[in-house]
Design a binder for this molecule. Structure first.
Ligand code: PXL
Length: 277
């Protein structure tokens, strides 16, 4: 049977991050994607590409999840942007009710391009209600600094310390994405299983077309877990999947370039053999 994967996240109307990234990624992994929408993010090209986040009525989040879980538990799930505290409570209710395993919590706190933090009460509720259910959480450097209450993280040693503190919040595994903010030669992520630290290193790709990389990474981990990969294999495969997406990033509009979620599988070639196309 095809593996079922759920994302509980926001819509990125620009197409690269959020639920759009997640569903595209699930498809690339050959899994069957479901989505429960928690918020809609829009950007205004006439106002310097400023972002607006509009939360979805929590009752509607509940209705979506009820629909999605009508066939019983899914093989894995991820959460991204969560909209409201109520939506977080509702998500936790379904995780408990269906004894969900393979839960990936991407602790999204802000969109790239905006320094404004999403509602702090959502971060608190996510920490209290979702991190204890997590198989793995995937903070970037800034999010890891906030979750660990260590502030700015600038070295691998500090990332290790933060990973230990974050694991105490409940997840079995922690992977901290060093990203462009970490002043290392390679693109360095830190993977922690509660015992050992593993540095995952890739060549740094010099590009601005990487919008959606974080969401895609967490979605890829969720899809890998659904397919029965070990957590470390799911993370390593996700890193390769995202690296291909960044390498083949696409300029989408004057403000933004997105990872190409189909790059790992060269999806752009898929339909070219069809007669008449
Ligand atoms: O990349 C963080 C993110 C997550 N979720 C949604 C977003 C963004 C950034 O734009 O729009 C829906």
């Amino acid at each position: 049977m095809i593996k079922k994967v759920l994302t509980v996240a926001g819509s990125d109307s620009s197409g690269g991050a959020g639920i759009q990234a997640d569903l595209k990624t699930f498809q690339e992994y050959g899994t069957f994607g479901f989505s429960a929408l928690t918020s809609i993010v829009t950007m205004d090209p006439d106002e310097g590409w400023s972002h607006t986040v509009t939360p979805i009525d929590p009752e509607l989040v509940d209705k979506q999840l009820k629909t999605i879980f009508a066939g019983g538990a899914l093989d894995s799930m991820k959460t991204g942007m969560l909209g409201t505290v109520e939506a977080i409570e509702i998500t936790r209710k379904y995780i408990d009710q269906f004894h969900m395993n393979n839960v990936v919590i991407d602790p999204v706190m802000a969109c790239k391009g905006t320094s404004e933090l999403l509602q702090p009460e959502n971060v608190a509720a996510m920490t209290r209600l979702l991190l204890p259910t997590a198989t793995i959480t995937t903070p970037n450097l800034v999010e890891a600094g906030i979750l660990s209450e260590m502030g700015d993280l600038t070295s691998v040693e500090q990332m290790k310390e933060a990973a230990k503190k974050i694991r105490l919040l409940g997840p079995d595994y922690v992977v901290i994405k060093g990203g462009h903010r970490l002043q290392t030669e390679k693109a360095t992520d830190l993977f922690y299983d509660g015992e050992n630290f593993t540095l995952l290193e890739n060549e740094k790709i010099s590009t601005d077309f990487n919008h959606g990389a974080g969401c895609t990474f967490a979605a890829a981990i969720a899809a890998g877990l659904a397919k029965g990969f070990s957590v470390e294999k799911a993370v390593r495969t996700a890193k390769a999947f995202v690296a291909a997406g960044i390498k083949n990033g696409q300029r989408i509009n004057p403000f933004l370039g997105h990872v190409w979620h189909g790059a790992y599988n060269q999806a752009e070639k898929r339909m070219t053999d069809i007669e008449g196309v």
